[in-house]
Every structure is written in C-alpha cells, then in structure tokens.
Design a protein around this ligand. Sequence first.
Ligand SMILES: [Zn+2]
Ligand SMILES: [Zn+2]
Ligand SMILES: [Zn+2]
Ligand SMILES: [Zn+2]
Ligand SMILES: [Zn+2]
Length: 289
Amino acid sequence: MREMVGGCCVCSDERGWAENPLVYCDGHGCSVAVHQACYGIVQVPTGPWFCRKCESQERAARVRCELCPHKDGALKRTDSGGWAHVVCALYIPEVQFANVLTMEPIVLQYVPHDRYIKTCYICEDHGRESKAACGACMTCNRQGCRQAFHVTCAQMAGLLCEEEGPEADNVKYCGYCKHHYIKMCDSLPLLGGVLQQRKMRSSGENTERGSFGHSRGGSTSPAQDKHGSHHHRLRKVSVLCIVVYILSLHLTIAWCGLYWCICMNAQILSLSLRFHSESQGQGEAKGEA
Ligand SMILES: [Zn+2]
Ligand SMILES: [Zn+2]
Ligand SMILES: [Zn+2]
Ligand SMILES: [Zn+2]
Ligand SMILES: [Zn+2]
C-alpha cells in the first residue's frame, strides 16, 4: 500500500521494538513492512524475509484482497485459496484466523452477505464508484451511524482505531467515518484515550509468545480479541500491582499508627489509673491519720 501511512502495513505504527521488530519484505518491488506480531511471524529469519504474496508463485495480477479493492499491503491466504489483507481480517468483525498464532489462513465463511452489499463511502467520495461495491465493508463505530467503508480505505484515511473492549484484556478493532472520527478527537482531551492506545500497542508482544493470540471470544461478543491484546493486559496488571502495593503500604502504616495509638492510650490509661489509685490511697491514709 504505497500511498498508505508509513510504517507497519497492519497497524500503521512506524516504530519497531526488539521483541516485536518491523520486518521488511525483500521481494522485488514489494514495499510490505509489518511488525512480527502484526503478521504472525513466529520466527524472524536472519536472512531475507518474504511476505506471503512474494513467497507464492502466483501471478501478481491474480493476488487481490477479497475484502477490499486495494492490491498492495500485507496479504495472507484465505481458507478458500484466495487472498485477504491482515488488516481487513482484523477489522471486519466476523473474519477469523484459523491459526491465531500464524494468523493464517484467513477464514471468511462467517462474514454475513450484508457486508458485501454495502458500498464504501470513501471510494465514492474519491470518484472510485466502480470500486465502491468491491469486497466487504465495515461500518462506523458510532452508534446509529450507517456509513460503511473498506478497511483499507479507512486505514489510508487514518480512521482506524484500537479501543479497549468490554473486558480489560480485549482490544476492539474499529473505525469511524470522517465526521465521527473528528468528533471523537474533539471530545478527547490531548488526543488521549483511544488514539493513544492505538499507538501504545505492539511493544513487548513477543515476551508472551503463547498468549498473543488472535483468538476471538464468543461469536456473540463484539469484543475482538483477535490480535495483540496482551500488551494492554500487561500494562493494566502492572498498574494494578502498583495500586495494590500503595494501598497495602497505606494500610500497614494506618494499622501501625492505630496500634501505636492504642498502646499509648492504654499506657496513659494505666498510668492515670495508677496515679488515681495512688492519690486515692494517699487521701485515705491522710483521712485515717
Ligand atoms: Zn504493526
Ligand atoms: Zn512482499
Ligand atoms: Zn483488503
Ligand atoms: Zn473503499
Ligand atoms: Zn459515523
């Protein structure tokens, strides 16, 4: 996707990390760059690396995404022998990965027919009417908005997000129409929250190889734990640890203080009782005298 925002073809982030490097395809004339975890590369080879499209002997003209009209970008095989973008697979909710670790093949059979009927408003806006009806569309994440668009069209327009799902360790892949994206940005101080999260992911994904699963939750759940969500979970857990630590520290201090108070009070009480009884004893002695 040459005209696309730089960096990873899947998440658009330009940064790489030691545990999750940006890997560049060595295929002739191929501009694919992907994070190891964004493309499901289990082991990064020390020598040249080729994306699946360059690896296959299929004629380039035949390799096209079944979910959108764009041809460049990071593609994988579908279970029916075709091709689809990894990013298209992530953002169309019903698409699954047969193997969540290698993120292939891409399973399209659960995508409802409805998605293939919708037309992409971004294609229409750009005068690509013939392509608007290609593939499948995602819809604006704002409730009530019916704008539909291709995942890659939204990616090129910078309208894709990763939001925290209903469960803490879930990532919801979603996008907004331009109108609602701008509205959402305006409502977020310092472009925080959602947009921040979009950039925050990916580092450290390799430390828990086994669990950076792209497994989907129940099919009824809107949450899409398809990919790379445990970074959020790690962050959450560490924050939780710090909070618990501070709380327990406070509690300990409070208990110590309370204990000290009780001791002091008891001491004062016993002292004053002794004093009282002594003075009373003296009084009685005086009285007898
Ligand atoms: Zn990436
Ligand atoms: Zn390639
Ligand atoms: Zn696509
Ligand atoms: Zn489009
Ligand atoms: Zn919208």
